[in-house]
Write a protein that binds this ligand. Structure first.
Ligand code: FA5
Length: 351
């Protein structure tokens, strides 16, 4: 590049100084020396254009600006060189190869039982039920006595219980809840007057011999509606609507009479088996019955209504307890409940 002889000295000096700068700090020092706003030599040179004799001003100004651009370009190129050299040094001198592609982050997702739980709660929420919660480690007076299962009652055999090993006056009273029904009592206890309309989700624990439809840890949703004039048809209506939301209208449901000490009358609701569709084959999932039981339900026993301080001659209610894993099995046609907690991501990633 041709520059005026008076600029040539500055050019050579600047380029030589830049060439000998070996790091960021050196470059910054160079920038201040030549381009600093107050004292920078290039800045001063540009500022002096206006003091040149009129006939020289134009050509001197053009040359000075060209030099300015050349030096700025040289600074940028030097900055890039230093960056490249630093990156190269990092990849050759250190144990970390920064040029390797990054590891993709695996995105998590909600467990199928959690997804099913949320969908159930949404369906009940749309029907006016609010969500309540209760403890997983429960007292026997709520888990059993409060729902009419006294100590010597044979119904306690229905739930082989996992007890907490703490003795109170020589006896065990704390346990991992075997169902969500203790929350019927807990919710009524803290609600001074009807109406009550709640769903209570949560984990329950039983000493089960596991099989395709039984786990030792299970998730239930308890439903409870108590008010004047609540009837069995309300219970059936709510459960029909919920099952339509979860399974679509072409699945069949059936109510059988059943016994639970805390309801009268009591029922069980089942859905047609998605594996054999009830064709009588030996089916592991429904044991050849054609139906898979998903919940227990009934009209809240008047004694429980009275214990809550309500007048059972005017106030009635229904309750249900459904198994969320069973619902998830039926929704996706999964043949074995044990898959849910086997921690195999190949299974879990499908939902
Ligand atoms: C009960 O637990 C009652 N508390 C239900 C109830 C509530 C009845 C309110 C009346 C009024 P049951 O033991 O049948 O009942 O369990 C209810 C549901 O939980 C079953 O229909 C099933 O869907 C699910 N369930 C029970 N045991 C297991 C298990 N071991 N593994 C997976 N799901 C289970």
């Amino acid at each position: 590049m041709s520059v005026e002889p008076s600029l040539e000295g500055l050019r050579e000096e600047a380029l030589a100084a830049l060439a000998s700068a070996s790091n960021e700090a050196g470059l910054e020092q160079w920038r201040i020396t030549f381009f600093g706003r107050q004292e920078g030599r290039m800045t001063a040179l540009l500022r002096s254009i206006k003091d040149r004799p009129v006939d020289e001003r134009a050509s001197f100004g053009a040359n000075a600006n060209r030099l300015k651009q050349e030096l700025e370009g040289a600074l940028e190129a030097k900055q890039q060189d230093l960056k490249d050299a630093a990156l190269k040094a990092l990849s050759t001198d250190s144990a970390i190869d920064v040029t390797l592609p990054g590891r993709p982050q695996v995105l998590g997702r909600l467990h199928p039982v959690t997804q099913t739980m949320r969908d159930c709660l949404k369906a009940f929420g749309d029907m006016g039920f609010r969500v309540a919660e209760g403890p997983e480690v429960e007292w026997d007076r709520y888990n059993f006595d409060g729902v009419r299962i006294p100590e010597d009652h044979p119904a306690r055999d229905m739930w082989d219980t996992i007890w907490v090993n703490t003795l109170i006056e020589g006896k065990r009273h704390m346990l991992l809840r075997t169902h969500t029904s203790p929350n019927q009592v807990r919710v009524l206890e803290r609600t001074p007057a009807p109406p009550v309309r709640v769903v209570v989700p949560g984990k329950c624990y039983r000493q089960e011999a596991t099989d395709a439809t039984h786990e030792w840890m299970l998730t239930q949703i308890e439903g409870l509606a108590v008010d004047q004039g609540v009837r069995m048809t309300d219970l059936k209506g709510v459960l029909y609507e919920w099952s339509r939301q979860m399974f679509g209208s072409d699945r069949k449901i059936i109510f059988h009479h059943s016994y639970f000490p805390f309801v009268e009358p009591g029922v069980e609701m089942a859905i047609d088996c998605f594996i054999c569709r009830g064709d009588g084959r030996a089916c592991h999932t429904c044991h050849g019955t054609g139906w898979i039981e998903i919940l227990g339900a009934g009209m809240v026993h008047p004694e429980i209504i009275e214990t809550a301080g309500y007048d059972s001659s005017r106030v009635t209610g229904f309750a249900f307890g459904l198994g969320v894993e069973r619902v998830a099995l039926l929704r996706w046609g999964i043949e074995d409940i044990r898959n849910f907690y086997a921690n195999d991501v190949r299974f879990l990633q499908q939902f």
